[in-house]
Write a protein that binds this ligand. Structure first.
Ligand code: SF4
Length: 497
């Protein structure tokens, strides 16, 4: 963890500074004092658990929450029966909210046994007004609720929640602020997500993100490069540049640079081996970006290009601002310029007004583009979005059509992924595979007695499992792709650390 400000040097007898992030470090020092005192009173260290729902943006935010809790003396745990539990929520589909409400009941059970326990909620769900009302009415045992726009004030709010007896609620409508240099506790020592921008201006008619994450605001390129340099110094070899639509990067900045130019700058960072990014909207993916990917030695050969629907009629109703033909032409151009690129996508089935013919258009695009993989979703009505007011498609029809789309995706992807069989490719070793089939896989691969099963990720985002040693986790190795197993491979290291 990078130390920006030394808490020991903060004068707690003075007023809290108004400038950020100094103000938050002041409250981190205050909170640390409280945590130490409570620990002495209880004769043990206080524990904290951060639970992440949803996307990689949320996972990155959770690393900041964990960083602040750790810096203030909490011991991080995965056990939700802890002294401080925070749910970093998602609201992209309705069932995400229901899941959180269900789990809050369990937390209340723990709190009955540990009354000093603090329960907090943040993330996209808390930006919905109806949710705040429901929490006040039905979940009064929750101590702290804050939103996506003021996550940086977590230290101050966590301190207040430990002082005040009633629920602390602080959810902002929006913000134009980006506060840098807060502690962050990375999940993986060798790879990291890096936010390049926040919010979204696209207002796809089914999507709640612009209402809960606000308007687009890009981070200063210098801050992004500084963060990545620090990460590389700290052992990171791969970064994932994160934004709801990275193609819009820099548009709100004075003298801003384009996303493609930012990639060129990131590429120059010594010691960084791999660059990934997510998510690119097809409406403004530039030729410049395709060129930068083509020429790059570090940008991974994987592009996630959400289609959502193959029907131009539905794309218009979704406010996606491209047609079926434009999407197909873009995919074709990318394939021509970067032949070894793996294309993946997101598809929604059941959007209001969607007919069986519209789904046939989606299937037609899948067959023409032949994705390496796709995330297929059943449309989820989100209150407050324009699509929620449209006439919904009958559920049985949706499920029937969804199964057709899923089958088509799996059939084409299986064929695509198989094309790498027998090749030797570079994999980043991401973890030790302790899955139930690991022993059998080791047998099939005639692994040595001291070898364990490792899981790695190829540049094209395909997963491969192979025998190796624990100290190879976090390193890049060359793997022979012995056998394709549908969407992943079994392989053998041919060279590496
Ligand atoms: S681009 Fe569309 S789907 Fe993606 S976050 Fe923005 S509004 Fe939502």
């Amino acid at each position: 963890m990078y130390d920006f400000i030394d808490l020991d040097r903060i004068d707690l007898s003075a007023e809290a500074p108004s400038k950020e992030p100094e103000r938050q470090y002041y409250f981190m020092a205050k909170l640390r004092e409280f945590v130490a005192r409570e620990g002495n009173r209880l004769g043990r260290k206080l524990t904290a658990c951060v639970v992440t729902f949803g996307c990689q943006m949320n996972a990155k935010d959770s690393e900041k929450l964990s960083g602040i809790l750790k810096k203030t003396g909490y011991v991080l745990t995965d056990d939700e029966n802890a002294d401080f539990v925070i749910y970093n929520t998602c609201t992209v589909r309705d069932n995400a909210n229901q899941k959180v409400y269900g789990r809050l009941g369990v937390l209340n059970g723990y709190k009955k046994k540990n009354p000093a326990m603090k329960i907090a909620l943040c993330g996209c769900m808390t930006q919905e007004k109806t949710v705040i009302e429901k929490l006040r009415e039905s979940y009064p045992f929750v101590d702290l609720v804050f939103g996506t726009h003021n996550l940086f004030t977590f230290a101050e709010l966590a301190y207040r929640a430990n002082q005040e007896k009633k629920m602390v609620v602080d959810v902002w409508e929006g913000t134009d602020r980006i506060v840098e240099d807060l502690p962050s506790e990375r999940k993986y020592p060798f790879k990291s997500g890096v936010n390049i921008m926040f919010g979204c201006n696209n207002f796809c008619s089914y999507c709640i993100v612009p209402y809960v994450r606000g308007r687009e605001r890009s981070r200063d390129a210098k801050e992004i490069l500084r963060e990545i340099e620090r990460l590389v110094e700290d052992g990171v070899v791969e970064v994932m540049l994160l934004g709801q639509n990275v193609n819009s990067y820099g548009k709100n900045l004075e003298n801003g640079i384009s996303f493609a130019q930012l990639l060129r700058e990131v590429e120059k960072i010594e010691g960084l081996k791999r660059i990934r990014f997510m998510t690119s909207h097809p409406k403004d993916l530039s030729d410049e970006l395709i060129q930068v990917m083509k020429e790059s030695k570090k940008i991974c050969r994987h592009l996630h290009l959400p289609l959502q629907s193959g029907s131009t009629k539905i794309l218009q109703a979704m406010n996606r601002r491209y047609t079926k033909e434009q999407y197909l032409a873009l995919a074709e151009k990318i394939r021509q310029e970067i032949p070894d690129v793996a294309l993946t996508t997101d598809i929604i089935v059941g959007f209001p007004g969607e007919t069986r013919e519209d789904v046939q258009d989606t299937i037609d695009v899948i067959q023409k583009v032949r994705y390496d993989n796709a995330f297929t979703f059943i449309y989820s009505k989100r209150t407050g979005t324009p699509a929620a007011a449209m006439e919904q498609v009958p559920e049985d029809q949706v499920h029937e059509e969804f199964d057709k789309v899923l089958k088509c995706v799996q059939d084409t992807a299986r064929m695509r992924v198989k094309r790498y069989e027998g090749q030797v490719m570079e994999a980043l070793v991401e973890e030790i595979n302790e899955g139930s089939n690991s022993a059998e896989a080791l047998r099939e691969l005639n692994a040595g007695p001291d070898e364990i099963l490792l899981t790695g990720r190829l540049s094209n985002n395909t997963i491969v499992h192979f025998p190796g040693r624990a100290d190879q986790v976090g390193t890049l190795v060359m793997v022979k792709l012995e056998e394709c197993r549908g969407f992943y491979y079994l392989g053998r290291i041919v060279s590496g650390k």
